[in-house]
Design a binder for this molecule. Structure first.
Ligand code: UT7
Length: 357
């Protein structure tokens, strides 16, 4: 999977994460919802989640994760020439949250745009950055997954609101170097728009949404919040994650025994264990932190990568499986060789001072 073998000539050289300070435990949710800590832990594995402060947005959190990734890669942000932000909860309809992040991290020469593939967003953005870098169009890319999911959940709907949380993660993508570890070996992106109604959230341009008025049609009031058929999404997630992971491992010319660590999308611990069982991966080789953050959508995988790196769970040369699933429906898998980062713990220490866009 290095440039000398099959694969893409790009590798991850830095990872970082930022999570808001405010912790909301299941016990706190018991105060306002007809739910229990036992139900949430048993059905999802989630114990607590983070909630963004009123002045925090996907771009401010994304910038802090980005700065942590820059620190972990020990690079000058001025040398970044591409910023891609994955988010389904942007600061606004436009401009792209990526441009605010580009400014805040000091990537003065970078192009910037957003990708929205719901919980599959980071994988879509990372795949895009890998292609830019492998083609030589970019030398150094910052890829961010960042979400304020708690602003689009219906806090009276116990079947969805207990699941989600806020946070951001980021990765630096650079060219792979001959003779050094690190490279992307296989990437698969899949989607099925016929299932869009299983998991979705309306926005200001949805017909009938507040604000979606024009002089020629009457608008019906409609809240902007997540609507989900949990059981159907659960089944699809397990099938899609396991099938695509097996396909990506085979495409990389590897077997499941070669995978040192799987870092899956963190939506529900039961989905992760079912997927691991199907692909034949023992849970000791699967990274799980859904208990602490819930589902942060496109931020789950980069947050988990930053924590796995800082925890010493990722070593240079390790073969790593990433797999994501979310609204769309949309899903993906990627197999890569871990390059290692220059300053491992730096990815957890997001700098406080960030220029406001
Ligand atoms: O990134 C991808 C995004 N989404 C997902 O991955 C979510 C996928 N789906 C899931 O994780 C699970 O389907 C859920 C966690 C959402 C639900 O778990 P489940 O085991 O599929 O439960 P269920 O929907 O079948 O509901 C079972 C019962 C229902 O009560 P009745 O009808 O049996 O009386 C629900 O009303 O659990 C009830 N319930 C709750 N009870 C206490 C639903 N939410 C709660 C709650 N507390 N928070």
């Amino acid at each position: 999977m290095t440039p000398t073998s099959s694969g893409y000539g790009a590798r991850i050289t830095g990872v970082g994460r930022y999570v808001p300070d405010r912790i909301v435990t299941n016990a706190e949710l018991e105060q306002t919802l007809d739910t229990t800590n036992e139900w949430i832990v048993e059905r999802t594995g989630i114990r607590e989640r983070r909630v963004a402060a009123p002045d925090e947005t996907s771009s401010t959190m994304g910038a802090r994760a980005g700065l942590a990734a820059i620190e972990s890669a020990q690079i000058d942000p001025a040398t970044i020439d591409l910023v891609i932000a994955a988010t389904c909860t942007p600061d606004g309809m436009f401009p792209a949250s990526a441009t605010r992040i580009q400014h805040a991290v000091g990537a003065g020469r970078a192009g910037a745009f957003d990708v929205n593939a719901a919980c599959n967003g980071f994988m879509s953005a990372l795949s895009t950055a890998v292609q830019f870098v492998a083609a030589g169009t970019s030398q150094r890319a910052l890829v961010v997954g960042t979400e304020t999911m708690t602003r689009i959940v219906d806090w009276t709907d116990r079947s969805t609101c207990v699941l989600f949380g806020d946070g951001a993660g980021a990765a630096i993508v650079e060219r792979a170097v001959e003779g050094e570890p690190g490279g992307v070996g296989a990437m698969l992106l899949r989607s099925d728009g016929s299932q869009a109604g299983l998991l979705w959230a309306s926005g200001p341009c949805t017909p009938g949404a507040p604000g979606a008025t024009n002089p020629f049609g009457a608008a019906l009031a409609q809240e902007a919040h997540i609507v989900m058929n949990g059981a159907a999404v659960f089944r699809s997630a397990v099938n899609a994650l396991s099938e695509t992971s097996a396909e990506a491992i085979a495409k990389a010319g590897l077997t499941i025994d070669d995978i040192a660590l799987c870092v899956p999308h963190q939506a529900n611990r039961r989905i992760i264990t079912a997927m691991a069982e199907r692909v034949g991966l023992p849970m000791e080789r699967v990274y799980v932190n859904v208990d602490r953050y819930g589902n942060t959508s496109s931020a789950t995988i980069p947050i988990a990568l930053a924590e796995a790196e800082a925890d010493g769970r990722l070593k240079p040369g390790d073969r790593v499986l990433l797999a994501a699933f979310g609204g769309g429906l949309s899903w993906s898998a990627m197999v890569l060789e871990w390059a290692g980062v220059r300053a491992s713990r730096a990815g957890l220490e997001a700098p406080r001072a960030v220029a406001r866009a």
